[in-house]
Write a protein that binds this ligand. Structure first.
Ligand SMILES: NC(=O)c1ccc[n+]([C@@H]2O[C@H](COP(=O)([O-])OP(=O)(O)OC[C@H]3O[C@@H](n4cnc5c(N)ncnc54)[C@H](O)[C@@H]3O)[C@@H](O)[C@H]2O)c1
Ligand SMILES: [Zn+2]
Ligand SMILES: [Zn+2]
Length: 338
């Protein structure tokens, strides 16, 4: 079987003799058709993910067709189009028992902690498949990145009529914007990059944008009738922005860290306290979030065609990957096709 292995930092190897996935109880064999590439894959390749070990088969944004499956309660059958929930949770820890499988204490993500889907076939627990016959394969592979945004928005409790600020207009922030809009909120995007703000305006149909480098607080108040947004999402992965976000959140508001950094975040307690702020982390997503994405996608409210800015065939991916690392390529989402 063919597959692409990240053999070591900065080097992929195209393999022709990977072992076929072993049939296991409760698992289905899925023929992979689409692989979305995200920041995690780029960091793994560049060696900027401290917990990564090599060699590793990357790929966690997956869709495909069921090739083998046993009798199952989900009613899935050979030939069904599926998306994959790549978060392998333990099912027994305190988080899993409480239904928060997205932050399992022993989380193993396909393509991160264990081998993922950059290969022709993969074995996946049936419990981690999402039936997606009503979606296109491209859409089904994008369930995962959008589920991150859907989860963050659900967690925030954002309601129609509220204003949400989304800091960071990358692929993750764009998903947050789309789901914040789908809740009927007014949505403002902030970024340091004008191209990203332009894409946010065009693609997510948000209400306003704020340049993070030019009096952001003043502009934020100006576009929101003199008040701060009651919900702020930070999807930058930038510690300075995550700190600054306290000052952008209204009194009584919620600040949600969707982006993450390997650093300490500092904040001035009186700013936090006088606001009675709620600070939340948002990690991964649960099946409920995937199902919400499915519903919104099937309604046509998410333009997956324009979100996917770059493509490569499986055989060409290694040669194209370096380009996707360059800011001038203006990648939002690259997708590999098999
Ligand atoms: N919650 C989760 O489970 C989850 C899942 C996947 C990714 N992430 C994280 O989400 C974050 C965003 O991912 P992405 O792929 O969209 O990244 P990205 O780098 O493509 O986008 C980040 C955006 O933030 C902007 N930005 C950077 N510094 C800024 C600042 N100081 N002020 C305003 N804007 C700033 C950048 O210009 C860019 O447009 C990353 O930290 C990533 O690790 C979280
Ligand atoms: Zn991803
Ligand atoms: Zn667990």
């Amino acid at each position: 079987m063919r597959g692409i292995v990240c053999a070591e930092i900065g080097r992929f190897a195209f393999m022709h003799d990977l072992p076929e996935p072993a049939p296991a109880a409760g698992c289905a064999v899925v023929t992979i058709k689409r692989i979305g590439i995200c920041g995690t894959d780029l960091h793994a390749y560049r060696g900027r993910q401290p917990f990564f070990t090599y060699p590793r088969i990357l790929g966690h944004e997956l869709s495909g067709i069921i090739e083998k499956i046993g009798p199952n309660e989900e009613g899935l059958r050979v030939g069904d189009r599926v998306g994959v929930i790549p978060y392998m949770h333990c099912g027994t820890c305190i988080a899993c028992r409480g239904g928060k499988t997205n932050c399992c204490t022993d989380m193993k993500v396909l393509g991160v902690h264990i081998d993922g889907g950059m290969r022709e076939r993969i074995s996946v627990p049936v419990s981690h498949l999402i039936a997606a016959n009503e979606l296109m394969l491209d859409q089904a592979a994008m369930l995962e990145p959008f589920a991150i945004g859907a989860h963050a928005v659900r967690r925030s409790g954002l309601a129609a009529g509220e204003t949400a600020l989304v800091i960071g207009g990358g692929p993750i922030g764009l998903g947050v914007m789309a789901f914040a809009k789908s809740r009927g909120a007014k949505v403002v995007a902030m970024d340091v990059n004008e191209d990203r703000l332009a894409f946010s305006r065009d693609w997510a149909g948000i209400d306003d944008t704020v340049d993070a480098l030019s009096d952001p607080l003043g502009r934020l108040l100006a576009v929101n009738g003199g008040e701060l947004p009651s919900v702020v999402f930070d999807a930058t992965g930038n510690a300075q922005s995550m700190s600054a976000a306290f000052a952008y959140t209204a009194h009584g508001g919620r600040l949600v860290y969707v982006g993450l950094v390997s650093a300490d975040i500092q904040f001035h307690d009186p700013e936090f306290h006088k606001r009675e702020l709620t600070l939340m982390g948002s990690r991964n997503a649960t099946r409920e979030d995937f199902e919400r994405v499915m519903e919104v996608m099937a309604s046509g409210a998410i333009d997956v065609d324009r979100y996917i800015t770059h493509r490569a065939d499986f055989g060409d991916m290694i040669g194209r990957f370096e380009d996707w690392l360059k800011p001038e390529s203006k990648v939002i989402k690259a997708v590999v096709t098999l």
